[in-house]
Design a protein around this ligand. Structure first.
Ligand code: DP6
Length: 334
């Protein structure tokens, strides 16, 4: 039987970061992470299962939205995941896949979380399998992009570190309607990052501060969870910023060190601090890249966007916010 399905899955921004993999094969983290699922930054992926023999085909949306054969490195990562899911489903045949991102490539925005969540969900739907959400988060993460587990769900999502070989599955701690937070993304870096997250995860334990980070995290995670529960921005802001600095401190003190920041990163961080001191509800976080995510309340988003857009160091701004998670759509990419 052949089937086809298309899923839109959003990206997410972590308030408590996944940094360090204790089991690369199973994609098990050293620490729990917690993120907010976004809305406007998403991947849309169509998967078709074909009964005939032959190679999988992977297409990517190129200039002007025209589908073209995906680059060799991207296709290889997708094909590896297709093979994994074929084994999981216990089926033969091959897949045809096409994917498109709402955000332009080369903006330093990671597309793997949204991309692998969309790919996993579309494939499971194309096969018409009934799979519970817990298992879907595990399947998505097996792609090698751990953060894809969190993009399977909407709102505020935790991915526990889990003990043992299977680890934990991601769960929502609050739905999107609970708290209308926004993410104003200052896009600074048009070049692909020099050190992948995968390599960063490998190097993390070599930092002399990594053990200390793991000791401090449970209390920080509790603070973030409690702040979300109470919708308390004054409690959220310091914990989110502490965590962002901590991730980069580990990266910079890994052996060999990794520097994701650029001078413009510090410029935006200073602006976010200035805005907060002037009374706005805004704080900053950064993933494994130079871009700064200014997390803010819906009330203050227009002023935060305006201020960040006005900085000469900022290439462009993406205005995003918390969202309800992936959806299946009837319109396919091919
Ligand atoms: C810094 O291994 O999930 O964003 O596959 O490159 O998206 P990609 O990375 P992944 O690591 C994510 C690292 C992080 C923190 C986070 O999102 O938790």
């Amino acid at each position: 039987m052949s089937g086809k399905a298309t899923v839109i899955a959003p990206s997410n921004i972590a308030f408590i970061k996944y940094w360090g993999t204790r089991d690369e094969e199973r994609v098990l983290p050293f620490n729990p992470s917690l993120s907010m699922t976004l809305t406007n930054c998403f991947s849309i992926t169509t998967v078709e299962h074909l009964d005939d023999e032959g190679a999988d085909e992977v297409f990517q949306s190129g200039r002007g939205g025209v589908l073209e054969a995906a680059s060799a490195t991207f296709a290889a990562r997708v094909e590896e995941h297709l093979e994994r899911l074929r084994r999981w489903a216990g089926i033969g045949g091959r897949f045809r896949v096409a994917t498109e991102n709402s955000f332009p490539m080369g903006t330093g925005m990671a597309s793997s979380a949204s991309g692998f969540a969309a790919l996993t969900l579309a494939l499971v739907r194309a096969l018409d399998r009934e799979v519970d959400t817990a298992e879907l988060t595990v399947l998505a993460r097996r792609s090698g992009s751990g953060s894809a587990a969190r993009s399977v769900l909407g709102g505020y999502v935790i991915w526990p570190a889990g003990d043992g070989d299977e680890g934990g599955h991601a769960v929502a701690v609050a739905p999107a309607e609970h708290w209308d937070l926004r993410d104003v993304i200052a896009v600074l870096d048009g070049t692909p990052k020099l050190v992948s997250s995968r390599e960063g995860h490998r190097r993390a334990p070599s930092s002399p501060y990594f053990e200390r980070r793991l000791e401090l995290l449970p209390e920080r995670l509790d603070r973030v969870r409690a702040a979300i529960e109470r919708r308390s921005f004054v409690d959220l802001a310091p914990a989110v910023e502490e965590e962002a600095i901590d991730l980069h401190l580990i990266a910079m003190s890994s052996r060999p060190p990794i520097f994701y920041w650029q001078p413009a990163t510090l410029r935006v961080l200073a602006e976010v601090r200035r805005l907060r001191t002037s009374g706005l509800e805004v704080c900053a976080t950064m993933d494994a890249g130079a871009n700064v995510h200014a997390i803010c309340s819906a009330r203050d988003e227009p002023r935060v966007s305006e201020a960040i857009e006005g900085l000469p160091e900022v290439g462009s701004v993406i205005r995003d916010g918390v969202g309800a998670g992936p959806i299946t759509v009837q319109e396919h990419l091919f």
